[in-house]
Design a protein. Structure first.
Length: 163
């Protein structure tokens, strides 16, 4: 049974931002990933660059969108601290014959973690792939959005492989 209290609720049971002002800044890194299942034919077209779009190539556009999404996390998630990211990167690679693996790594030197930025970056990149490919098929799914690891805070986290 969980015994911890929610961090974003005050004594009066009202939403509140967590005060991180007394914490010492540390280098914090978080990585998150997800899988975009496109199907073999659509994946082949994406990899070959056969997806005409005014937005640009699917993979490059998704990388840019993911980074932009990570930078906007505090605007999207209530009470999330706005962070000036030191670095953010997105990698998108084939994952099997029918899917792409999206990985977002976010880095900050600060008083709070960057898990939400990494999760948001991976999600926005995946949503961009969906958006740019939906004209060819709506049979696309985004699966397994999850934190892979985080370091630099009070507690590090490393997800076991294959989970």
């Amino acid at each position: 049974m969980l015994t911890k209290n929610f961090t974003h609720v005050n004594a009066a049971n009202q939403p509140t931002m967590v005060d991180v002002g007394q914490k010492m800044p540390t280098r914090r890194v978080a990585r998150a990933h997800c899988r975009v299942v496109l199907g073999e034919e659509l994946l082949s077209r994406v990899q070959a660059g056969e997806m005409p779009s005014y937005k640009g190539p699917v993979i490059h556009t998704a990388i840019l969108a993911g980074i932009m999404g990570a930078k906007k996390t505090a605007d999207l998630i209530p009470l999330c601290h706005p962070l000036g990211l030191d670095d953010c990167s997105i990698t998108i690679e084939p994952d099997g014959a029918d899917a792409l693996r999206v990985v977002c790594t976010a880095v900050v030197t600060g008083r709070t973690g960057v898990e939400m930025e990494a999760l948001t970056g991976a999600s926005v990149a995946a949503l961009t792939i969906y958006d740019m490919c939906k004209a060819f098929s709506h049979d696309i799914s985004i699966e397994g959005v999850q934190l892979i690891e985080k370091t630099g805070g009070k507690k590090d986290f490393h997800r076991a492989e294959n989970s």
